[in-house]
Design a protein around this ligand. Structure first.
Ligand SMILES: NC(=O)c1ccc[n+]([C@@H]2O[C@H](COP(=O)([O-])OP(=O)(O)OC[C@H]3O[C@@H](n4cnc5c(N)ncnc54)[C@H](O)[C@@H]3O)[C@@H](O)[C@H]2O)c1
Length: 437
């Protein structure tokens, strides 16, 4: 058995800094408050309901993950947020329309206490939104200092011990890493000259990383996934993860595709379409924001099916993804997948999936897990990209030169093995020859 990693205890309060107080954020906060009052169950959360097998299969050691590791308690979470709209947490949750009014009523005072700080916002990056609760300043570096001041004031006001930041803001326009993103010096220079290369989400990420705070990106925009911010995260001991929570259609895709590949069933086409009527859907109706989302959603199949290794099965795969803004459905997304399959001797088959999901109901437990695992990683001295949390993302950030792992089952094994490693437990390989020797 190897030595356990030293993990500082989860003492005191943990502040959760949410950028964007929309459907995902309010569903996460209201849900956490309801759960901690014993009024609801944390369904979908690995940290709250998941177990982990330790040792051999005949040892009977399968604790809850939250008993195996020193995670922060839900009672110790304190929430703060930025948004371009002034609505408090209760009003924002009512606007999002995900949870029933009767449920929200039970945590109304706690939600009303969340009054969003003015946001870092520029319509250049999210075309379909306009709000008035926005910071102004001489340049982006000065605005980042204002975000740091918000963080410090929140920390003092609530006597917080530690913090985690999660970008739950709208999807920004498609960007790729540019010269201004290559080093911390270039990035800071670009902030001072108000360069377009510095999107609003990068300003928040910079502020968090400067404070040594872990940062997660729930959306597909570039944000902290650039060399300058990777370096800052390493320098300041901040764990970082992203991008784009794996919920809905992509979750199902990364469950089904590894199964088809495992049985060497060919796929000649995968057509995915969605209808979605919340504010996220409205933002994604803009082609530049949609492009960011499309890239994120489309990448998964190539990596899972590996057409280079299996040209006969996947070389000609036609993968199409559509999102249609359709207001009547609100947050209740409906997704259809048509998968054209090829079997033995080239015979064609089809698989149809119709998923009537609730986007934010799938996303909220992921946000909770990320907050708790990032705080754990920080206390365990882990900084920079946390690939073991790929399990939660459509476009997992990863080290240069590696391809991202998209297969949900490999991702889960990696996550649990990382937890075993942290505690000095034997890693599980599933070899199992010892049971038959
Ligand atoms: N719901 C899901 O299952 C899911 C899955 C993957 C990714 N996401 C992504 O998570 C993000 C949030 O989703 P949502 O459904 O809550 O959307 P939403 O539109 O309900 O909420 C986003 C909030 O962010 C605010 N915002 C936008 N730019 C901001 C800025 N610069 N600073 C502060 N606030 C800002 C908006 O005003 C809005 O209130 C979106 O980018 C979405 O694509 C959601």
């Amino acid at each position: 058995m190897q030595h356990p990693v030293e993990i500082a205890p989860a003492r005191g309060k943990l502040g959760v800094l949410l950028v964007g107080l929309g459907a995902v954020s309010t569903t996460f906060v209201a849900g956490t408050l309801l759960i901690r009052k014993g009024l609801a169950s944390p369904i979908g959360s690995l940290t709250q309901m998941g177990t982990i097998r330790l040792g051999k299969r005949n040892e009977g050691r399968t604790p809850l993950i939250k008993d195996f590791l020193p995670l922060a308690s839900l009672d110790d979470l304190v929430f703060g947020a930025w948004d371009i709209f002034e609505e408090n947490g209760y009003e924002a949750a009512m606007t999002a329309g995900v949870l029933d009014a009767s449920m929200l009523e039970q945590v109304r005072p706690e939600l009303e206490a969340i009054r969003p700080w003015p946001a870092v916002f520029d319509q250049r990056y999210v075309k379909r939104l306009m709000g008035t609760n926005v910071k102004t300043g001489a340049n982006k570096r000065e605005i980042a200092e204002q975000v740091r001041a918000d963080i410090c004031a929140f920390k003092d006001a609530h006597h917080l011990d530690r913090l985690v930041m999660v970008w739950c803001g709208s999807t920004e326009i498609f960007m790729t890493p540019m010269a201004a993103h290559q080093s911390i010096a270039a990035f800071e220079q670009a902030m001072e000259s108000n360069a377009d290369e510095i999107a609003s989400s990068m300003v928040y990420a910079y502020a968090a990383l400067k404070e040594g705070i872990p940062y997660a990106n729930a959306a597909p925009n570039l944000s902290a996934d650039i060399p300058a911010l990777d370096q800052l995260a390493l320098d300041n001991g901040s764990p970082v993860v992203g991008k784009d929570l794996k919920t809905g259609q992509t979750l199902i895709k990364t469950i089904v595709a590894p199964g088809l590949k495992a049985r060497l069933i060919g796929v000649s086409g995968w057509f995915s379409t969605n209808i979605l009527g919340n504010r996220d859907g409205e933002v994604l109706d803009d082609p530049e924001s949609f492009k960011t989302k499309e890239e994120s959603k489309k990448s998964v199949l190539d990596y899972i099916l590996q057409p280079d290794l299996y040209p006969t099965l996947y070389k000609d795969l036609c993968h199409v993804v559509r999102i249609n803004y359709y207001p009547p459905r609100g947050d209740n997304k409906e997704g259809w997948d048509n998968i054209d399959l090829v079997g033995w001797l080239g015979y064609k088959m089809q698989l149809k999936i119709n998923f009537l999901c609730r986007d934010s109901i799938l996303a909220a437990p992921i946000v909770l897990d990320l907050v708790l695992f990032l705080d754990l990683a920080k206390r365990a001295g882990m900084s920079g990209i946390q690939e073991w949390l790929s399990f939660y993302f459509k476009s997992p950030v990863h080290a240069p030169g590696l391809y991202p792992e998209h297969d949900l089952f490999i991702q889960l094994m990696k996550l649990k093995n990382t937890l075993r490693y942290m505690r000095g437990e034997e890693l599980i390989t599933h070899l199992g020859l010892e049971y038959y020797g």
